[in-house]
Design a binder for this molecule. Structure first.
Ligand SMILES: Nc1ncnc2c1ncn2[C@@H]1O[C@H](COP(=O)(O)OP(=O)(O)OP(=O)(O)O)[C@@H](O)[C@H]1O
Length: 250
């Protein structure tokens, strides 16, 4: 089951400029990379999908449930750009707390927190104070918090931002492995190098409009034929962006 946007419009504040206008989009199967320039609306889209904001018009839904319903919120997990360590809590307690907020019973959340930390290779740090974790470790705690309640759609807002290339690759591999037949992962980034070959799908958002969504191979095919393999993702992105800009100015 996936999240669908049906003719959604959204702006911040009552009369704020529309950030998303009449957006219709379904989060694809597998692992999807959401690309777009700064300010395109990627975080906004993820927050709407996560039920943190509600559309001014239109509906965000998963099957029969709309994003206004608590049953919907239990099916999705949103990971913010910045993970704030909770004072006085261990890594395990912080993850369990998120599970509890999502409606899990305490013992269930406690057990699930350890399993989730294990999936992100942090089981050995479960009892360390969250405040004492490194930036990369905190991101792992963020991913564990997204996994703890068994959501069907994981919404990750720039989880690799600010990482060096090696860290970025390790972290991206970890995230890629989270997508299964039952679990979809939508990960935003404005760094095209995040488009690893393992990504199943690519969605491009520009100025609040989806200008491309489809299989990674179809996206890469937008690059000029003679583009070297190492530059294909970037060239494809440039080509999609240029086409959208040209259509806009018509
Ligand atoms: N809380 C807010 N109040 C008012 N405007 C906001 C708020 N959050 C975001 N915006 C505006 O909404 C637009 C889209 O922002 P958003 O953060 O969704 O883009 P983004 O694609 O995620 O950008 P980035 O890659 O820089 O994180 C921007 O113009 C931004 O200034």
């Amino acid at each position: 089951m996936s999240i669908s946007f049906e003719s959604c419009s959204f702006g911040y504040g009552r009369a704020g400029t529309p950030i998303l206008s009449d957006l219709t989009y379904t989060v694809p199967m597998g692992f999807t990379v959401l690309l777009g320039p700064n300010g395109a609306g990627k975080s906004t889209l993820l927050k709407l999908a996560g039920g943190l904001h509600q559309p001014r018009s239109g509906t965000v839904r998963m099957g029969d449930l709309t994003s206004r319903e608590s049953a919907y919120l239990k099916q999705v997990a949103w990971m913010p750009q910045t993970i704030i360590p909770m004072t006085g809590l261990s890594a395990r307690e912080q993850v369990a707390y998120t599970g509890w907020l999502k409606g899990m019973k305490r013992p269930q959340a406690w057990d699930a927190a350890l399993s989730a930390l294990d999936r992100v290779n942090m089981a050995d740090r479960a009892d360390v104070a969250a405040k004492k974790l490194s930036g990369g470790q905190l991101r792992r705690v963020g991913v564990a918090s997204a996994l703890v309640h068994g959501a069907r759609v994981l919404l990750l807002d720039e989880p690799t931002a600010g990482m060096d290339p090696t860290q970025r690759r390790v972290f991206r591999d970890l995230i890629t492995g989270l997508a299964t037949d039952e679990v979809r992962v939508l990960m935003s980034t404005h760094d095209v190098s995040d488009l690893a070959e393992e990504a199943d799908q690519v969605t491009v958002l520009q100025q609040g409009r989806i200008t491309f969504t489809g299989a990674t191979q179809a996206f890469l095919a937008r690059a000029p034929e003679d583009t070297p393999a190492a530059r294909r993702a970037e060239a494809a992105y440039t080509s999609v962006s240029a086409l959208a800009t040209a259509q806009e100015s018509w």
